[in-house]
Design a protein around this ligand. Structure first.
Ligand SMILES: Nc1ncnc2c1ncn2[C@@H]1O[C@H](COP(=O)(O)OP(=O)(O)O)[C@@H](O)[C@H]1O
Ligand SMILES: [Mg+2]
Length: 317
């Protein structure tokens, strides 16, 4: 069953076409990531699904309802973590969780929520005294306090240190394993690759690709071969040779040669045979599976004029 159905969704702000004909579905129990650079239209899409913004046109069903009507029963079944939180600084963490929890029928206990987000040390601290990452964990706590069937997470880990990010990933994974449907947005490729059952790539208000992380990786590109060419070889001479071996999907950056190929065994065999014949050592020779980052760069490259959008995509390692 589809928990979220979006059909030909459009949203204009004056001249800005923030969402430009987006369609997708999120199935029950799925963790679905909308992946895209800043300004791609992620928050607009998610906030329409939350009932916080109205669509210009298109059809949207969430848990079988029109989110814009936002009935009490509907609100009770969803959890929301907005991109920017609006929790009062004067509240303590405990007060905020108890206050928000009071609005839900199936609320989790304070201890459970605190344990899930890892804020044991900060229960009685005022929100205003917390670091950015700790505040974000309060936002997460408020999103899950009502034991939602469907959780919206808009850039849940932006600004987190690696340990806090891991912890949030664990939380999202355990919610997903427990049957919660999750729609998350992120501009971190590794986050989408790690967490999502399926990914929708948003670029300039359009969904330019969709699939499981491995489907996307397999569909758009195959294996990446890269190596450094020694000084003894003229790059321009070797380029023709490599094009014959590695195909046209070849990139040269100084002495670094990189190619995306479909038949790695064959290509690597030819490449190393060429190198042995020419008595050339291929330094840093690596053969690796393409990551979602490679896919994204390829997709964004195909999507005309999206260079400025790429600038804000990041991979954390
Ligand atoms: N309230 C608003 N008024 C006018 N333009 C907006 C508003 N909210 C978002 N936009 C514009 O819509 C586009 C998509 O924004 P947004 O949905 O926030 O993208 P994302 O969350 O992917 O960064 C951007 O060009 C943004 O500037
Ligand atoms: Mg956003």
């Amino acid at each position: 069953m589809a928990v979220i159905e979006v059909r030909d969704l459009h949203k204009r702000y004056g001249d800005t076409h923030a969402v430009d004909g987006v369609s997708f579905e999120v199935r029950e129990g799925e963790v679905y990531a909308l992946l895209g650079a800043n300004g791609a239209g992620k928050s607009t899409t998610v906030e329409i699904l939350e009932g916080h913004r109205s669509a210009t046109s298109g059809e949207v069903r969430v848990l079988g309802a029109d989110p814009h009507e936002g009935s009490r029963a509907f609100r009770d079944r969803i959890g929301i973590v907005l991109q920017s939180s609006g929790v009062e600084n004067e509240f303590t963490v405990r007060e905020a969780i108890e206050l928000y929890g009071g609005a839900y029928r199936r609320r989790r206990s304070l201890d459970e929520v605190i344990g899930l987000v890892g804020l044991e040390e900060k229960v009685d601290a005022r929100i205003g005294s917390l670091s950015g990452g700790q505040r974000r964990r309060v936002d997460l706590a408020l999103g899950i306090v009502g034991t939602p069937e469907l959780l919206f997470l808009d850039e849940p880990t932006t600004g987190f240190d690696p340990a806090a990010r891991r912890r949030s990933w664990d939380l999202v994974e355990s919610l997903g394993a427990g049957g919660t449907t999750v729609l998350l947005t992120t501009h971190y490729l590794d986050e989408a690759e790690h967490l999502a059952d399926r990914v929708g790539v948003l670029s300039r208000g359009r969904l330019i690709a969709e699939g499981t992380p491995s489907e996307l990786i397999n569909r758009v590109s195959g294996t990446i071969v890269s190596f450094m060419l020694p000084d003894t070889v003229e790059v321009s001479d070797a380029a023709t040779e490599f094009a014959g071996i590695l195909g046209t999907n070849l990139r040269l950056a100084g002495r670094l040669v990189e190619a995306t190929i479909d038949r790695p065994t064959h290509a690597v065999h030819q490449l190393t045979r060429w190198a042995l014949d020419a008595d050339v050592e291929l330094d840093s020779l690596t053969v690796k599976r393409a990551s979602l980052e490679d896919v994204y760069l390829q997709l964004a490259g195909d999507d005309a004029d999206s260079d400025d959008a790429d600038a804000s995509m990041q991979v954390e390692s």
